[in-house]
Design a protein around this ligand. Structure first.
Ligand SMILES: Nc1ncnc2c1ncn2[C@@H]1O[C@H](COP(=O)(O)OP(=O)(O)OP(=O)(O)O)[C@@H](O)[C@H]1O
Ligand SMILES: [Mg+2]
Length: 324
């Protein structure tokens, strides 16, 4: 077909958490693909399923989670491969940076020593010098001096620790890095610096990345494509310069209206009235219908399928591609 091979492709992925009072439908029919070099932002309100989707890709979900559908990473079937294949993939091929990744470091050992231990999980024979050489280069990429390796975690600021997590995530040259709210806890200045390092990694080291955030402006500055998530559904997926400039989904429109203008004059914030639906209940119509200013009859009857708009975007909305 001459199509560019996808690095990651998700097809109809559903993730539910089993609880005593019912199943939480955290991700519903997610279809998405990422080619090498792509940068995808996933935005959505708190609780919309962003982290669940990311953890699902890494198979790091709790035992109560049930995953269906298809998730391919190159030619590896992530849902059906054995534990060893998965263990080899994590960190080496797919790395993740969480909001407070470095909180798991031990306070009684120097940062560098712990990094050597982490590296040796995949490369047991590595010498300290090899690991330090590699880390020195990666630290320079995130603008940190080598001496941080000889410090203890408590001697470093949150921003420095987060930069170390980012450089550490790259130590095995992964093909895909997932940043899950990796800059959220940082102050605005540090966040700006870390984001510009992430952009540099993308352009200089051709890192393919997924950046999860509730902040649309972070995606606008950092990503080429964006997926807008609401109540477990990928409502609108497409290039940033389309989705964030001329959004087609009423939810995306509402989300953008609730952010200060990315350029130009500040506008009054105008949140979307209402709250996320109960994810345990099976919705009759579109999950967004109860809050949607444009909802009509059909929206209260069935969830719209993902429709290709013909402009490189897919949208789950009954207003798309059919006569009202
Ligand atoms: N272990 C779990 N058991 C049951 N429900 C869970 C579990 N983990 C998450 N959930 C629920 O799944 C839904 C999606 O959660 P998730 O953490 O993926 O959202 P999110 O978009 O990452 O939110 P945030 O922006 O706050 O990080 C939420 O309703 C959450 O309460
Ligand atoms: Mg999350």
């Amino acid at each position: 077909m001459g199509e560019k091979q996808n690095l990651l492709s998700l097809e109809d992925v559903c993730i539910g958490y089993e609880t005593p009072t019912g199943t939480v439908r955290a991700v519903v029919n997610a279809t998405l693909s990422l080619s090498a070099g792509d940068t995808l932002g996933i935005v959505g309100e708190s609780g919309s399923g962003k982290s669940t989707l990311a953890h699902g890709i890494l198979r790091l979900l709790p035992k109560t989670a049930v995953v269906t559908g298809r998730m391919m990473f190159q030619d590896v079937d992530l849902l059906r491969c054995d534990a060893k294949t998965l263990k080899d993939l994590r960190w080496k091929d797919i790395a993740v940076v969480f909001q407070k990744s470095m909180n798991s470091l031990s306070p009684v050992h120097k940062v560098g020593e712990q990094i050597v231990d982490i590296y040796r999980v995949h490369v047991p024979q590595a010498t300290k010098e090899e690991v330090y050489d590699r880390m020195r280069h990666l630290l320079s990429v995130v603008n940190l001096p080598d001496r941080v390796l000889d410090l203890y975690p408590h001697q470093l600021s949150g921003g420095m620790l987060q930069r170390i997590s980012i450089s550490l995530s790259l130590i095995h040259q992964p093909k895909l890095v997932i940043f899950d709210e990796a800059t959220t806890a940082l102050d605005v200045v540090t966040q700006g610096q870390v984001l510009s390092e992430i952009r540099r990694l993308q352009s200089e080291m051709h890192v393919t990345s997924i950046l999860i955030t509730h902040d649309v402006s972070v995606v606008a500055e950092t990503c080429r494509r964006v997926a807008v998530m609401y109540a477990g559904h990928l409502m609108e997926v497409g290039p940033v310069d389309q989705v964030l400039v001329s959004p087609r989904h009423p939810y995306t429109q509402g989300l953008l209206a609730s952010f200060p203008s990315l350029s130009g004059a500040r506008r009054r914030l105008r949140g979307i009235p209402g709250t996320l639906p109960d994810l345990k209940a099976e919705p009759k119509g579109c999950v967004f219908a109860p809050r949607c200013p444009k909802a009509f009859d059909r929206c209260h009857e069935s969830m719209p399928p993902a429709v290709d708009t013909g402009t490189g975007c897919t949208v789950k909305c009954h207003l798309e591609g059919s006569e009202r």
